[in-house]
Design a protein around this ligand. Sequence first.
Ligand code: SF4
Ligand code: SF4
Ligand code: SF4
Length: 781
Amino acid sequence: MKDGIRIKVGELKSQFGIVKGLELSIGEIIEEKWEEALGPTPFPSIADLREWDLKILERYKPFYMPFCDLCCLCTMGKCDLTGDKRGACGIDMAGQQSRIVLLACCIGAATHTSHARHLLEHLISKYGRAYPLDVGGLSVEVEAPITRLVCGIRPETLGDLEAVLDYVEEQIVHLLSATHTGQEGAYKDFESKVFHAGMIDHLAMEVADIAQISALGLPKAEPNPPLIEIGLGVVDQAKPVILVVGHNVPPAADIMDYMEELGLQDGIELCGICCTAHDLARYNPKAKIIGPISWQLRFIRSGVPDVIVIDEQCIRSDALVEAMKVKAPLIATSEKDCQGLPDRTRDPPDEVVRDLVEGNTPGVLILDPRKVGEVAVKTALKVAPKRMKFKAIPDVEELIEGAKRCRRCDDCRRSCPNDLDIPSAMARAAQGDVEGLAWLLDQCIGCARCERTCPVGLPIHSFMVKAAEKEIKEERYKIRAGRGAIQDVEIRNVGSPIVLGEIPGVIAFVGCANYPRGGVEVAEMADEFAMRRYIVTATGCAAMSMAMYKDEGGKTIYEKYPGGFDAGGVSNVGSCISNAHIAGAAIKIASIFAKRRLRANYEEIADYILNRVGAVGVAWGAMSQKAASIASGFWRLGIPVIVGPHGSKYRRMLLGRMEDEESWKVYDARTGDKVYVGPTPEHLFYAAETKDEAMVTIAKLCMRPNDTPRGRAIKLTHYIDLHRRLYGVMPDDVYLYVRTKADIPITIKDEVLRLLEEKGWRETVIPDPTLLPRLIRVQKG
Ligand code: SF4
Ligand code: SF4
Ligand code: SF4
């Protein structure tokens, strides 16, 4: 559809009569083979779904937790917004807080979109616009559920995806413009735009992942893709090592291709950090995954990588500085992260290699992935023998001597986002006991703030890495490669038990588990819910963190549970952009299982998911603006998200008020009656302080108005059981979730009945729930 002229005529009076809804395309023939009727909101503008958003916001009211009472967005400020005050432009605190959330979501959505655009341009230049989309062969008929739902088109080729990105980019511009001084001012409308940004973000993620799955041959909806090695100990240090960091896989894929061309796949170690590692391992299981984003510093300083290749997103801004410390040449490959390096894209590869090997330049920018492949491989082969694994890590004696210089001033601890007790560990180290520092590494997110603040310049993070060296070397685990989309047949199998509540929920662990014990807590939560036969999915750094713990039998979670989208399954869906498949699975439950019309029919599908699909997202320690936009895409679809334990940094929650009975009423589509369904799900965006609170809340937020009595009894069993185990008491809100006596778990029936009696509980009906009056089947009077 790109390059063509499109003319849309609402109504045209001519000498031949009146023509309505005429659409002409000049320059390209739109071949429309999709027979499904077009729904009401194709390519929605920022206000087209506003009515739906306001309905949700009426129930889940924003609760703002300002970081700062001042606004300094324009030169009329700084403006004090405390209490009832307004800024010089007239905005109040709620408006300002929601504007900042919108800004964060626009940044997140723009980042995925820019990634998608660069990836798509690259794939089209390599494979052509007509290259067919194939995300799962015959197993996946609905290849792009979000695109079908939002845009109302069914893309078939790489070229078809350009129109989707055109739309996404246009929407981001409109959304961003709404944050300008003197534009939007109402918090509810900012929040509606936040939802729009999230929906747009999910579209961009879908475009990026289905394009790369199709063209690069990544796993196509495979429930059990190969197990990949992950961990700091997986790299054979005797070989030249190339490290790739970031999110956009083409340069890394071309390194792998070049190695194979030269028959060097066993002669060089190619490993990755963050989502590029996921996608590289999806591209070729021989690639190794080092770990999540927070491991950049420890791995670079270990001196193991001989060449560092960065692409985009989640890369340390001081990557070049750190690479120089270990004398590892750095190759930047994206115009979004040039690191101040000279552009050598047009220079002959051998000249570039010579300059890197001889140290004439610490790094280069190369914007051609194919050339990156050649330069990285040739440089690694030549640099490795010269570097002899030059380390920025001190030896143990240096560490102990350094620790003796510590003044116990506490500056490091104060600057540490995780409040780690570094001074005490230093005191132990000064006595020759480095165990305290080793223990801290497990809690550390590798931000190096402590080092920058230390008055005597101690390389604190490097001390920890040295202290934990033995454990690091032994870190070898297994992760299943990212599977990509969920098969249609899997959706058919689980659709009914999910909607009826018999599979108690779908839990998606997303984002970066970058806070003390974050990784192990994500692994423990995933294990608990998989054992309880929820469907567990994960993406990005959370999927990696979950892999880095073994049970008593020595198995990681991916070895312990199958990878299917099924009760008791644990799927690594893929990198951050693979989050689109999780939203896509919820959409496919509505369309494939329940046969709801999908095409441009957003409200109805979101209404279905909110009322029937017990899915919950968990971002445990996530940090970037992308996390905000990913979450908001889930909210608009009616999927709650729990964040923690630093969740207050998101500035606002979307909380239901359980005492507000009116807000928990839905229409019964069978009769048109308004029916109280209890707080299901109670919140749309909730910050949990601890893992225990998160687990209890996950179980609670999986309840939906449509649960059958059997399904509700199963969900209540898990909720009550977790609450009792973790808090030692029966939850005091059980009566809100029992609609009929058949909802009560049989094993605790008497106890619950007593509680209901105390609360004056009355039976209610189980409706065919909807928030949309147009879906009522019997219209009254
Ligand atoms: S945007 Fe409004 S509140 Fe913010 S600094 Fe400018 S005038 Fe003040
Ligand atoms: S590097 Fe680790 S110890 Fe240092 S400030 Fe960051 S989290 Fe704290
Ligand atoms: S900042 Fe440096 S000197 Fe001060 S307590 Fe921490 S390690 Fe010691």
